[in-house]
Design a protein around this ligand. Structure first.
Ligand SMILES: *Cc1c(COP(=O)(O)O)cnc(C)c1O
Length: 226
């Protein structure tokens, strides 16, 4: 008996209900944010059928990736980026880095990716809630920054945007922040943007309603009681 099966099924039902209400043609990808658990727990979640996992510390990512190397896991990096850890991060070949917070950070990644002769998929993080504690470009600068990265950097490949919902109990505030990001994503689709990564355990239904196609879910999946 897999202890994650029930919580995973409950989450899938909730996602599916929200998805059908928002747009039945939209495909939504789930990234299991596995920072709370060790490699053994990731393997248990993998055995429910989940294939994409997101880590937010390079050292933990490295440890878990080494243990689980034989499994065809798609790894995502969702944490803050420190420039002195970028080389280690690139060596882990993440499928997608969600948390590129500026043109300057994209340059740092690009520089190192070039030396390694790698192309690396990234998302531009947008701080649409305008919170000091959050990283990311301001919404009003997002489209320019996106184009600047696309036009100037050859070893980072922009695939869309990432945003964290407003830190609030007010659903309208959260929805407002998602709407801002989603509007930017819609504009950037003509420039090849594919992923709108937004929605976490406490707000994923609101994120789906406002255009998300990639969820980063941690506690709702890994906490057996939620
Ligand atoms: C931890 C984390 C998540 C998942 O958070 P939950 O609220 O546990 O679902 C999503 N995104 C980022 C960037 C995270 O660090």
């Amino acid at each position: 008996m897999n202890r994650y099966r029930d919580s995973f099924n409950r989450v899938l039902s909730r996602i599916e209900a929200a998805r059908l209400e928002a747009d039945e043609h939209r495909i939504i990808k789930i990234i299991a944010a596995s920072k709370y658990v060790d490699a053994k727990e990731i393997e248990a979640m993998y055995n429910t059928g989940q294939r994409s996992f997101g880590e937010n510390r390079v050292q933990d990512f490295k440890t878990k990736e080494e243990i689980l190397r034989d499994l065809p896991i798609e790894w995502h990096y969702i944490g803050r980026i420190q420039t002195n850890k970028i080389n280690a991060l690139l060596d882990l070949n993440p499928f997608l880095i969600h948390s590129c917070e500026s043109f300057e950070m994209a340059m740092e990644i690009d520089k190192r990716a070039k030396v390694k002769n790698k192309k690396i998929n990234i998302l531009l993080q947008i701080n649409s809630a305008k919170e000091d504690t959050k990283a990311g470009v301001m919404a009003e600068d997002a489209i320019n920054e996106y184009h600047k990265i696309q036009d100037n950097l050859k070893n980072v490949k922009l695939k869309g945007i990432m945003s964290i919902g407003a830190n609030s109990n007010d659903e309208n505030k959260i929805a407002e922040s998602f709407k801002i990001s989603s509007k930017i994503f819609e504009t950037l689709k003509k420039d090849g943007a594919k992923y709108c990564s937004m929605g976490m355990s406490n707000d994923f239904e609101i994120a789906i309603k406002h255009g998300s196609n990639m969820l980063r879910l941690g506690s709702v999946l890994f906490n057996e009681n939620s």
